[in-house]
Design a protein around this ligand. Structure first.
Ligand code: ADP
Ligand code: ZN
Ligand code: ZN
Length: 749
């Protein structure tokens, strides 16, 4: 009888117990079982999913006691080896369970091998009252657990994932649907990999271009690092329209020519159809497939795109944050465009920052990482100063076009205008009229949706507040409703004050809807469109508005900050920033940085064609440093002043910030546990971290839960976070209090 060949492999189990274990593989075992494989293994009398890793080395139990792998689920690896190491790093650095990290790294349809035809989703039909939940907990604890879990989710969850995650029988779920507590949604998944309808925007460049001198110089430097294959991230600081994308494209072409692969990250795919179109058309010409990776893909598209990369059929991916995990085998290049964008940070566990993960992954692979922006994050600029990143600059626009002229309008003066509250200053109105008459286009930015920001009664000073959150309700004229922008609660807009009955109940403050109306009054003949998340709900409407604007069917576009991202409209010669101060009022140590970035980004949208551009900035604080530095486009000045401030307060980038949020329905309880915890931490980790708080979060109440936070200032996250995680595991937290660790947070409200 011939001796059977056997191999020993190491796997990471997840979904249930998270372990690193060794198994044996027979040569007859079905499917691929090498590094990066998804396999099924026996574990504690169950069949578990696991990933095969490479070279974890020590602690392997004795070979003769090992069990056999059941099967490999695919005929090829689903992960590259570096992704497994990366997932483990994410787990430590961001204090997230390995299961949730792997669920983020490997998309559900690949992991769970679901049927891609339809997906059954579960969500709460309504938020149960506490006594309702208590009653349920007594009768059916497992069902109550399910409800509690769903209360923490902000979108519907796939039913099979939910059941396997909570290890529930399908009957518990069905019972709750019957009781009317849960809703089941069935979604059809159409499957059309590659044939995505995003990114078909016409690309601006026709034919080959000759690089400018600056571009050529930068490309040369980047190529040197590409060839060196050592860890050397680059920051490409280039003004908008300086030809960064062209440089990225050349790099990608070089990498492909050498048989390598590349990841091209953008903050949000839907908002960058032009970039996408350009990458696609350039690479399709040389016969390369490009996978587009974003959150609107169906399960089938996801599975197909992922496997195309894993098999090496597609070597380039363009995508949002999660594209950083693309299983590109010979990864040589990662580009993070608009690297300063907070959208790169994931808001759920694992709360990773796409840019930082990109840098780490590049290090694991010996790939080149290029971070590009017209307004780099202070963290990245600081990394340049301290010698960790190399800096490349593109200081001139292609064709040496001028940067637009910036006019600052002091709104405290405009306020003296007898006609009452001014939203559009005279100078902005005049310039808009002028552009309209010359058949040129304008964009107005305002980072506030709705019509009025709040409803106020002048007689009894009642303000309409959300019954579930500590924010005022915003009046939306389009449907005559007042809405909570935090939890989505809404009601009909009352005509009289609900408290005293006064008929003087009025809206206060203004949002995009009101600006749209005001502009229409100034220019009755102009064709005006509004673009914000209220119009974004329909994907095709969004695309139609952009294409109508491009073809000149719209004269003036009014929109929120999302418009400031990467759009290129040659006929736009005027940009108005209606309220430059919004970000300055946010309680965040990055307020100045965000304001500066917004001003510079917004200015970049004016005069991209052959016509000169103008920018009008309306502000009540014309002398505040970020506004002044931005007006002069003085990056160096802003950087030095802002770094000095951060240094004085020991804020990032000088130390890492970790935000620890505690929340629950009972504010006293939440505060109590936050305090108990902070005492423990103080005692154990005094030498390692500086603790501030606990204090109520700026947004104190959200969806009926009260929020308190602690801030930790940390020198070495990789060392300290595992210590915090270990202490946290033994801490007797009340089951009604939920706590969340956010490492390097971008959002502090
Ligand atoms: P950025 O990414 O820095 O905003 P882009 O790469 O999009 O800049 O370039 C801006 C515009 O200039 C695009 O329309 C692009 O096609 C064009 N362009 C880029 N490089 C050149 C070049 N060397 N010669 C001519 N046009 C160029
Ligand atoms: Zn009143
Ligand atoms: Zn609310």
């Amino acid at each position: 009888m011939p001796v059977k060949e056997e191999r020993i492999i190491e796997v990471l189990t997840y979904g249930g117990p998270e372990r690193r274990l060794a198994y044996k593989v027979r040569d007859t075992t079905r499917g691929y079982t090498g590094p990066g494989a998804l396999v099924r293994v026996p574990l504690m009398n169950r069949s578990c999913l696991a990933l095969v890793c490479e070279g974890l080395g020590e602690d392997v139990p004795l070979a003769n006691k090992l069990k056999y792998v059941h099967e490999g689920l695919y005929d090829e690896p689903i992960l590259t080896p570096d992704l497994i190491v990366l997932a483990q790093w994410l787990t430590r650095y961001y204090a997230a369970p390995l299961t949730s990290t792997l669920e983020t790294v490997v998309p559900a349809p690949v992991r769970a091998i679901m049927s891609p035809k339809t997906t059954r989703l579960i969500e709460l039909a309504h938020h149960p009252k506490p006594d309702e939940l208590d009653a349920l907990a007594k009768k059916a604890p497992r069902q109550a657990e399910l409800v509690r879990f769903l209360m923490q989710q902000d979108k519907p969850i796939s039913r099979p994932l939910l059941l396997s995650r909570l290890k529930l029988a399908p009957t518990s779920c069905d019972a709750l649907v019957k009781k009317g507590l849960l809703k089941e949604l069935v979604r059809d998944e159409s499957r059309e990999a590659y044939a995505d309808d995003l990114g078909d925007e016409e690309s601006a460049t026709v034919g080959e271009v000759t690089l400018t001198e600056q571009q050529a110089e930068v490309l040369l430097d980047l190529e040197a690092s590409l060839q060196a294959r050592e860890f050397r991230p680059h920051l490409l600081h280039g003004v908008t329209g300086s030809g960064k994308t062209e440089v990225y494209l050349r790099l990608i072409e070089n990498v492909l020519a050498e048989g390598g692969g590349a990841i091209f990250m953008v903050p949000e795919v839907a908002l960058t159809p032009q970039t996408l179109g350009r990458v696609r058309s350039r690479l399709n010409k040389i016969g390369e497939k490009v996978v587009v990776w974003h959150s609107h893909l169906s399960a089938g598209e996801r599975a197909d795109g992922w496997m195309a990369m894993a098999r090496g059929e597609a070597k380039v991916v363009v995508g949002a944050r999660s594209a950083v995990f693309a299983p590109i085998p010979n990864l040589r290049l990662i580009i993070v465009d608009e690297e300063h964008e907070p959208a790169y940070k994931q808001a759920e566990s694992p709360r990773y920052h796409g840019r930082d993960v990109a840098v780490y992954r590049a290090r694991l692979c010996g790939a080149l990482c290029v971070l590009g922006s017209a307004t780099p994050a202070l963290e990245s600029l600081y990394n340049v100063e301290s010698g960790r990143y190399r800096l490349n600059r593109l200081t001139r626009r292609v064709d040496d076009r001028q940067l637009p002229t910036v006019h600052l309008v002091d709104m405290t003066r405009e306020k003296l205008n007898p006609k009452g509250a001014v939203t559009i200053s005279n100078i902005l109105a005049d310039k808009m009229i002028e552009r309209f008459e010359q058949q040129e286009q304008s964009i107005l930015f305002l980072n506030r949706r709705g019509y009025n920001t709040s409803m106020l009664c002048p007689e009894c000073s009642h303000v309409a507040e959300c019954p579930h959150c500590s924010v005022t309700l915003t009046y939306h004229r389009t449907d005559e409703r007042i809405k909570c922008h935090v939890c989505g609660y809404q009601e009909r807009a009352p005509r009289r004050c609900p408290k005293c009955g006064s008929a003087k109940y009025r809206g206060r403050g203004y949002g995009t809807q009101k600006i749209e109306e005001t502009v229409q009054k100034i220019l009755p003949r102009a064709r005006i469109m509004r673009l914000d998340t209220d119009t974004m709900t329909k994907k095709h409407l969004f695309r139609k508005i952009l294409s109508d604007f491009r073809t000149g069917k719209i004269d003036i576009l009014v929109g929120t900050q999302m418009l400031a991202k990467g759009l290129d409209f040659p006929n736009v010669t005027l940009v108005g920033l209606v309220d430059a101060d919004i970000a300055l009022h946010v309680p965040d140590f990055r307020a100045a940085e965000r304001t500066f970035q917004l001003l510079v980004q917004v200015s970049g949208r004016a005069g991209r064609g052959d016509k000169a551009g103008e920018v009008v900035v309306q502000t009540f604080m014309p002398h505040s440093p970020p506004i002044q530095y931005a007006r002069r486009a003085d990056f160096e000045g802003f950087l030095q002043e802002e770094l000095d401030q951060r240094r004085d307060f020991h804020y990032p980038p000088f130390r890492h910030l970790v935000r620890h949020l505690f929340r629950g329905r009972n504010p006293e309880k939440v505060n109590f546990y936050a305090e108990q915890w902070s005492r423990l931490l103080e005692e154990k980790l005094e030498a390692e971290i500086e603790i501030r708080g606990p204090a109520p979060a700026p947004l104190e109440k959200v969806k009926d839960t009260y929020r308190f936070h602690l801030w930790y200032f940390v020198g070495n996250v990789s060392r300290v976070l595992p210590m915090i995680t270990a202490l946290r595991q033994d801490f007797p937290m009340d089951e009604e209090v939920i706590d969340v660790l956010d490492v390097d947070p971008v959002d502090l409200v």
